[in-house]
Design a protein around this ligand. Structure first.
Ligand SMILES: [Zn+2]
Length: 280
């Protein structure tokens, strides 16, 4: 038997609190320097690229925290252990804001590019680092670059994570199963991620899209989600969404979703607590 996962819907489907038509989560992957260092050691000599990663915590995170506070919502921050160790004050600010902090590896190593032992160390060292900075028992996991191997999948159940947010097999929370192991999946998609629209890299180029266009697409997704009583997860990177002309797009998206009166805006662990009893 090959080790290919299968998905099944949660039955009965989750009912969102307060009669909301859709659940919405705003999530932030705080990759900072290790987003590059985890790709290749060659980035140790590419200081300009590393500073673009550092912008994530110096400017991006504070701007995001201000918007979340002023709109009165909470987000989920996926923080690699390396980022927590390098930038403890940024983690402190997330905790003080009442936000969820979840697991995103230690050195941001893509699980499909390293050994099984390294995958285990990524999980263990990530948990230890979050623990050093006051986060015990992270409930959620998101794999670096959204690549998830069968080995890491099995470790998520072994380490007791409540949910994963790395896969794309549905646009509703669902149960992802591999062999005899299952986990709640809160799915993602590239089209709801800021990186493909805005990131630009010297070798690969990029799109540098108009934020008004992205705002329109993201709000269309929310409206369609309302018509199906489902959920939307938006994924952002503080060094990407946190640039001046883009951050106001995030504020506009949050305000328009809030003003619709149709959304339950929640962290991923709050969504998981609603979804898991329905699926278990
Ligand atoms: Zn990442």
């Amino acid at each position: 038997m090959d080790r290919i996962p299968v998905g099944r819907p949660i039955d009965p489907a989750p009912v969102w609190p307060n009669g909301a038509k859709a659940a919405v989560s705003f999530t932030f992957d705080v990759d900072a320097e290790c987003g590059w260092l985890g790709e290749s050691d060659s980035y140790k000599r590419r200081l300009s690229t590393l500073t673009e990663g550092r912008f994530s915590v110096t400017r991006g995170v504070p701007r995001i925290l201000e918007i979340l506070a002023s709109t009165g919502i909470h987000g989920t921050f996926y923080v690699p252990g390396d980022t927590a160790d390098r930038h403890p004050d940024a983690v402190k600010a997330m905790i003080n804001g009442g936000h969820e902090i979840a697991h995103h590896g230690y050195a941001h190593l893509r699980s499909d590019s390293v050994s099984e032992q390294s995958q285990r160390e990524e999980i263990e060292r990530g948990l230890e680092a979050l623990g050093r900075h006051g986060i015990s028992g992270a409930m959620g996991y998101r794999s670096p670059s959204w690549e998830l191997t069968p080995e890491t999948f099995e470790m998520l159940i072994e380490f007791g994570f409540l949910y994963d947010s790395s896969a794309m097999g549905d646009d509703r929370p669902y149960i992802e199963t591999l062999g005899d192991r299952s986990i709640l999946e809160i799915p993602v998609h590239w089209s709801l991620d800021d990186w493909p629209y805005f990131a630009w890299m010297v070798e690969a180029g990029g799109r540098l899209a108009d934020p008004d266009m992205v705002r329109k697409l993201w709000l269309e997704e929310f409206r369609q989600a309302c018509s199906e009583s489902r959920m939307v997860t938006y994924t952002m990177h503080p060094e990407v969404i946190g640039r001046g002309y883009r951050i106001e797009m995030l504020r506009a998206v949050i305000n328009q979703i809030k003003d619709s009166g149709d959304a339950w805006i929640a962290t991923h662990s709050e969504v998981a607590r609603i979804a898991v009893p329905a699926g278990s």
